[in-house]
Ligand binder design. Structure first.
Ligand SMILES: [Zn+2]
Length: 372
């Protein structure tokens, strides 16, 4: 039921998924000169990190003076990280994400660590005497120390979940994120279903509330990158009633509410509120202001379903239901039920593609065309 691939769906994994490199503290500068392994000022050495990608493993090669290689200790650190300790001050040259043939120099400063994302799901945290490499879906490592040139080689094996991700999607699917200008919705509230005491569906070690939250955060990150305004109903694991959520939504009054849930089934669903459910007590027959929201909600749910149908191999459903949260809010709203993680692989690539499906659907709901 659980695999290392599933374990990545923790709140912490969101950090690994930031699309661009980010720097917490310390020094980063482009370093064109190849001074690999040369002792700088006689004290700090440089380790050049090269990364080779293979089908089910990454080969990390640290080129650095022999005494550093000999002293180096390598250990697994938590679920998805490798700790490399060179036991002496060291700085790193790592390939740039956008231009892998050029390098960035990373150096810890005054005991503060530096974090740099080398590639999607591959992050290096530089400390004074070494570094920690975080890798999505890390399964196991194999370490060797080699000479001429002296180097430390770590093969980092990736769990099958990563490659299994391609099973989720049609091979011919066009999964391209629409441009920001094609998404005619400017402000969002993203609701991560459940939370706190209310766990939702349980999938082995994973629970719906956690999966919904990490996905909601990733989705909101993608929207923020498109320049959209986004509010999350919850950012942590807290209990929140549907009325509390609705109050927040109505106060923010976004162009669209997207509520994220996870199904126990092997299918993707996009729900909107049923027409007869918008009758508030005493209203005959419907609140006209709200019926506009319902039309818009239906259009968004259908467009997202259409985008999902083109891309996913699993079945896709759209339905109008008497969902309480949607009936409490005064703005267009959809509820997305993602497929069960027992049947659908939530590796980094699959999550990214699910987000593109949502973005495409939202763009399509306004233009009437699936943008590619
Ligand atoms: Zn739910």
């Amino acid at each position: 039921m659980t695999s290392p691939g599933r374990a990545l769906f923790s709140c912490a994994s969101v950090l690994l998924l930031a699309l661009q490199f980010f720097l917490l503290s310390g020094t980063v500068r482009t370093d064109a000169a190849d001074n690999a392994g040369r002792n700088q000022a006689g004290r700090m050495s440089t380790a050049t990190l090269r990364i080779g990608k293979h089908a089910n493993y990454l080969r990390l090669v640290f080129e650095t003076p022999e005494q550093y290689v000999q002293r180096a200790s390598v250990s697994l650190n938590g679920a998805n990280a490798i700790k490399v300790d060179f036991q002496s001050p060291v700085s790193f040259r790592v390939p740039q994400k956008e231009a892998p043939k050029s390098f960035v120099k990373l150096e810890a400063e005054a005991s503060k660590s530096v974090v740099y994302e080398i590639d999607r799901g591959l992050k290096i945290t530089v400390e004074a005497n070494g570094c920690t490499i975080s890798i999505d879906n890390l399964d196991d490592i194999n370490v060797s120390k080699l000479a001429s040139p002296s180097r430390l080689v770590i093969d980092a094996y990736i769990s099958q979940a990563t490659t299994a991700g391609s099973e989720n999607f049609s091979a011919e699917a066009q999964i391209t994120a629409p441009d920001a200008s094609d998404i005619k919705v400017e402000s969002f509230v993203i609701d991560a279903g459940h939370g706190g005491y209310e766990s939702g569906v349980r999938f082995g070690k994973t629970v719906e509330k956690d999966l919904a939250l990490s996905f909601a955060k990733e989705f909101s990150g993608a929207l923020l990158k498109k320049g959209k305004k986004v509010t999350l109903t919850r950012k942590g694991d807290q209990t929140l009633s549907l009325k509390d959520r609705a109050r927040l939504v109505n106060k923010k009054s976004p162009d669209l509410l997207v509520s994220i849930h996870v199904s126990s089934r092997d299918e993707f669903s996009a729900y909107s509120l049923c027409r007869t459910c918008i009758k508030a007590p005493g209203e005959t027959p419907v609140n006209p202001a709200k019926s506009i929201g319902v039309d818009r909600s239906e259009a968004v749910a259908q467009a997202i379903a259409q985008s999902a149908k083109g891309a996913l191999k699993i079945s896709v459903r759209t339905e109008k239901l008497p969902l309480r949260l949607l009936s409490y809010v005064h703005v267009p709203a959809v509820l997305i039920e993602l497929p069960s993680p027992d049947k659908f692989s939530y590796d980094a690539k699959s999550r990214e593609r699910l987000i593109v499906i949502l973005l495409q659907g939202i763009a399509y709901s306004a233009t009437g065309q699936v943008g590619a």
